[in-house]
Design a protein around this ligand. Structure first.
Ligand code: DGJ
Length: 745
């Protein structure tokens, strides 16, 4: 791995064993983009990659027809000085102009990677893990610096980028656009993949051909959202899960975002990610600077799985932090779908006791334990226990739960207040609200103004007290509404465009303080399920509640889509009751377990209500998870067959030493007298003989990967009497199977 500067050609070559990223200081001092892709041999000069030729209707910066920004691939483009595509940045100046001209001043190359103050970002644990390039550009008229920061990781196909604006002048400017990442790719021969949905159907895989014009996903809701995810993929049309070129772009940010590709009429593709410029301005006073969030780009020559595995490794080990980063996740039982708001301490203890008997390790108390909260009209903001329900408070309950031999955790929604709360009555001005305008509610609740330090301090104080005095091992941090009427009563008019971003900075600061002060606590983020499942959250909370949809069949799609960027260890996945509370669907208990195994596993039901046979099955699931969770959560994950395209979906996890693999195989609708089936596995050792389950059958890795694992339905060809033959396993709708493969000794 290295970052080389070729002085004569004024080019930077960032490379490691797998990828190259090549940048050139252009004749006008801006940065040009020459290449991002598979590693290429270094040379002193890549000038031949700088393509430009005469085009009619073009504006030129040079006397000759040689230099127009419209036709040069760039790294951080601006609008209006011969380029007409959407720019990476825009600065509104006191004279009304938005034109800028940031030119190269100097650069710095150093080992390691800098932290971004107040923002989540990937990191290194030693200087050998990455090299960083910082290029400083200056607009001489404005007296303002722009620092572009690039990091290349050793052994990972990833480049991290961000930008910092430094106002060294004596006047204030307004940043109206400050993207984290921008790249011009030389063609548009790609499929664009986005991960979109809604509450309870997050991150559905949507693929379409990239076309001339702008295609984008974004959020203007104050959080990354159920609707779209701050992650996009471009893949060659011929690429698939296992081969071909794919690039993924992820923004490490939890607020309003924009991820877009603009293809011009010469088929150049400009990809950019950053804070959504819509509803954003940042007033940059003299001496102030603005740091953008970080974005990560991954290049894979090994298809979509190769791309996802690079994100998984990087985000699991160098974005997630803390004591829980590398630890298998406790098997939890959450009382939400078991009781909703209808509980008292005795009821909780009974549920927890049963959970303990079956092998659960952590009991999680969800919404409804605090203030006047007995339904969703009251209590948010009052983070002290309702002693009618919990006579000994959280402290008392946590001690009782620990006495049962379980760990204890609880739910919070720290960014919100109900008007029926002590907090609101004491501080009505602490809500995000616009003067003289009506205020919309969502689920009867309002958003606290986390752009204000005193608000964040106050919430921290309440949490500090409760966490310091109680035995708490886990926190589920929820967020159940989008932000409307975005305005802070504490900021001057020229800073109102900052509220959305300042809110996120306040949120991050609270997460930082709580996770630093209570490093033993496992934090799980949540936002009405997966409305804030983003890379920013992973920095503070290594796992996230993937979706409020706990139906196994829907969860296959949601977890499958989520896995394009986010590691299995980050996906909260629970077995819930049937009929399912979101869909009224009945799926087998085995399938509910088989889906949730590929995640941070738990239960979302009252185990007391299960039959003895079902309880036995639950115990078996927990034993299985305890035995294999390291491989399931931290192994190499492969998507094998998509639930978006097939009646049968499949995925697998392979241990680091490749001696064990676990395959999840899921059928949606049953089919009768169906075809013979095989599933080609991945990631095994060709020459190793694997024993498949209890069958006693042994197959070499090359056979399993090339001929496939025989998965023909056990009941295919079964006579239609409805009665299975002796010893025959009958398939049903939503039937599934787990195959465990172990290297034969
Ligand atoms: C939304 C979450 O996604 C649920 O799991 C649950 O915690 C509820 N909020 C509680 O209000």
């Amino acid at each position: 791995m290295a970052i080389l500067f070729h002085e004569a050609a004024r080019e930077f070559h960032l490379y490691n064993d797998n990828i190259s990223y090549i940048i050139k200081i252009l004749q006008n001092g801006h940065l040009g983009q020459l290449y991002f892709g598979a590693r290429v041999r270094d040379r002193n000069d890549f000038d031949h990659l700088l393509e430009s030729c005469y085009r009619p209707m073009t504006a030129y910066q040079s006397k000759s027809y040689a230099f127009s920004l419209e036709h040069i691939k760039q790294e951080y483009p601006v609008y209006g000085t011969s380029d007409f595509k959407l720019p990476a940045m825009e600065v509104l100046q006191p004279n009304g102009s938005r034109l800028t001209d940031f030119t190269y001043q100097h650069h710095r190359i150093y080992p390691g990677k800098p932290a971004l103050e107040g923002l989540p970002a990937t990191y290194t644990e030693s200087d050998e893990e990455a090299d960083t390039l910082e290029v400083t550009l200056k607009d001489q008229v404005l007296g303002m610096n722009l620092v572009l920061i690039y990091t290349i990781f050793n052994g990972e196909n990833a480049i991290a980028r961000s930008a910092r604006f430094e106002n060294g002048s004596g006047q204030a400017f307004d940043l109206t656009r400050a993207m984290s990442f921008s790249i011009d790719l030389p063609d548009c021969d790609y499929d664009w993949i986005q991960f979109s949905g809604a509450w309870s159907r997050e991150r559905q895989v949507k693929t379409r051909r990239l076309e001339q014009g702008i295609q984008a996903v974004s959020s203007a809701r104050g959080h990354s959202s159920h609707n779209h995810n701050p992650f996009i993929v471009l893949k060659r049309p011929s690429a698939d899960e296992f081969q071909g070129e794919a690039m993924g772009f992820s923004l490490i940010y939890s607020g309003n975002f924009l991820a877009q590709a603009e293809v011009d009429t010469y088929n150049v593709t400009r990809v950019m990610l950053g804070i959504n410029p819509f509803a954003f301005t940042w007033h940059l006073a003299p001496g102030e600077s603005f740091q953008t969030p970080e974005a990560v780009a991954v290049y894979s020559g090994e298809g979509l799985n190769g791309m996802s595995q690079a994100f998984h490794r990087l985000f699991r080990t160098r974005l997630a932090r803390g004591q829980w980063r590398d630890r298998v996740r406790p098997i939890l039982l959450n009382n939400w779908e078991a009781t909703y708001f209808d509980f008292n301490e005795d009821k909780l203890i009974e549920i927890a006791k049963t959970a303990k008997e079956d092998g659960v390790e952590l009991f999680v108390l969800d919404d409804g334990w605090f203030g006047a909260r007995t339904d969703d009209h009251a209590g948010l903001g009052d983070w002290y226990a309702n002693t009618d329900r919990l006579p000994g408070g959280i402290k008392g309950l946590s001690e009782k739960i620990e006495a049962l031999g379980l760990k204890f955790g609880f739910w919070v929604e720290l960014e919100m207040a109900n008007m029926d709360s002590g907090l609101y009555r004491a501080h009505p001005d602490w809500l995000i609200q616009a003067p003289d305008r009506p205020l919309s509610h969502g689920r009867h609740q309002y958003v606290l103004d986390f752009s204000r330090k005193e608000v964040v301090d106050y919430i921290f104080g309440m949490m500090d007290k409760i966490l310091s005095e109680s035995k708490v091992s886990y926190i589920k941090w929820d967020m159940n509404r989008s932000i409307t009427e975005c305005y802070s009563l504490a900021l001057p008019p020229e800073r109102q465009g900052e509220v959305f971003h300042r809110y996120i900075l306040g949120l991050y600061s609270l997460y930082e303080r709580l996770t630093q002060k209570f490093p033993h606590i496992l934090f799980e983020s949540c936002a009405s399920g997966g409305a804030r499942f983003d890379a920013g959250m992973l920095y503070y909370a290594p796992q996230c509640w993937t979706s409020d949809d706990s139906d196994a069949a829907e969860r296959i799609k949601i977890q499958y889509g989520t896995s394009f960027c986010y590691p299995v260890s980050s996906m909260g996945a629970h077995v819930s009751a049937v009929p399912n509370h979101q869909l009224s669907r009945v799926t087998p208990l085995s399938t509910r377990g088989n889906v949730a195994f590929f995640g941070a596993f738990g239960y979302e039901l009252d185990l007391q209500k299960l039959s003895a046979k079902e309880r036995e099955m639950v115990r078996g699931q927990i034993r299985f998870m305890k035995q294999y969770r390291y491989i399931l959560q931290f192994g190499t994950f492969y998507r094998l067959q998509s639930p978006f395209e097939n009646n049968i979906a499949a995925w697998m996890a392979v241990s680091e030493d490749k001696q064990t693999a676990i395959v999840g195989y899921y059928k949606t609708l049953n089919d009768v007298n169906c075809e013979y089936r095989r599933l080609k596995l991945k990631g095994l050792e060709a020459g190793t003989a694997y024993q498949v389950g209890q069958s006693g059958k042994v197959h070499y890795g090359d056979e399993l990967m090339n001929l496939g694992l025989i998965t023909t339905d056990p009941s295919a060809g079964q006579p239609t009497s409805g009665q299975p033959e002796e010893g025959m396993e009958m398939c049903t709708d939503f039937w599934s199977k787990i195959y465990v493969l172990k290297a034969a000794r």
